[in-house]
Write a protein that binds this ligand. Sequence first.
Ligand SMILES: Nc1ncnc2c1ncn2[C@@H]1O[C@H](COP(=O)(O)OP(=O)(O)OP(=O)(O)O)[C@@H](O)[C@H]1O
Ligand SMILES: [Mg+2]
Length: 411
Amino acid sequence: MSVTGHHYCRTSKTVSKSSVIFCVDYRHNMAEKQAGVIRKLDEVVVNRIAAGEVIQRPANALKEMMENSLDAKSTSIHIVLKQGGMKLLQIQDNGTGVRKEDMEILCERFTTSKLEKFEDLNTVTTFGFRGEALASISHVAHVTITTRTGDSKCAYRGCYSDGKLKEPPKPCAGNVGTQITVEDLFYNILTRRKALKNASEEHAKSVDVVGRYAVHNCRVAFTVKKFGECNADVRTPQDSSHVDNIRSVYGVDVAKELLEVSHVDETLSFKLHGYISNANYSVRKFVFLLFINNRLVDSSAMKKAIDFVYQAYLPKNSHPFLYLSLEILPQNVDVNVHPTKHEVHFLHEDDIIGSIQKVIDTKLLGANTSRIYYTQALLPGVSSTLSTDTKKPSTSESGKVLEIEIETSLI
Ligand SMILES: Nc1ncnc2c1ncn2[C@@H]1O[C@H](COP(=O)(O)OP(=O)(O)OP(=O)(O)O)[C@@H](O)[C@H]1O
Ligand SMILES: [Mg+2]
């Protein structure tokens, strides 16, 4: 608009400010009067746009592929990342594998083994249902899939591009399960590639998402590591426990300060189970692992509500760690509200959040009556002020550290 106005006024030389605006509007309206020609977008463009919504960064692609591995009943999932997953993202599972005859359409949009009719969305318990994750990835990266089912004598390998299998799958050696290799993510979307230039940030995001799934799916073994390195960033064994996995992913400091929460609400038809940090533990950034019907989701409303409860127990500007798993009647949950599935809507959201707040508050209050305080014993003749720090034991050469359990309550 300013370009149009500038051009027009230069030719009319002596015009007042108001007439400039008039001229600009006039020209602008004229342009708007002409209807645009409507064309059907090329299918590759459509798919690439759609893929960009589902796959926003390596961590999204990884989440989708981990969910597929879990849907395929895998008990071990191993991930390798190069340049934060942008150069290479490889996931190997020991699940059901894919039948050779399905490999042709595996990466086509809207091909799934998990949903048949729209109504199934009300009862869907698998992570996947749209049949577009692998398609999306294949539209923005080079994808190679090696897979073997339990009844097949060998594995088959296929390479995919823009949703299509490039040539018939080739037989090869391989274990039962699936290995997916994603290379050069966003090779064909320059702007997205530029926006993701920090490999270590992308690596951290991918490791974070694996850690969360490892805590929730403690029966499954997970590893994630950098390409060429022996040490894994996350390594959890098969048949572990939630707390053991919290310890190995988030550290002993938080693992030793956890309270188990468990609640069944008949009226609101939901179940809650999880582990929450007690009042002895706090961090600068709220760590909230929320799973609704086994799906890793975000809920800023729930996060805020829980943080509010903790405000009564924690020092200012510090936050808790929570791992919560919620089971809500599938027909009360709308899983299909976000392209990356990281958001869900559910019925009675406010009431359920209120109920969870109460469960957490009661738990913290109960635990607070036997909270551990640390004080310093004074040696006779040494003048010193008592430490008022209730978080860490104070150590000094003049005093021995004593742990005293004080019965206390905030009310
Ligand atoms: N690791 C795997 N093991 C076995 N089968 C798999 C694996 N990954 C994908 N598949 C098969 O490929 C199909 C397509 O996967 P994709 O992730 O694209 O779609 P989806 O999981 O069905 O739905 P969504 O797009 O919501 O994730 C799946 O339905 C499944 O049958
Ligand atoms: Mg899927």
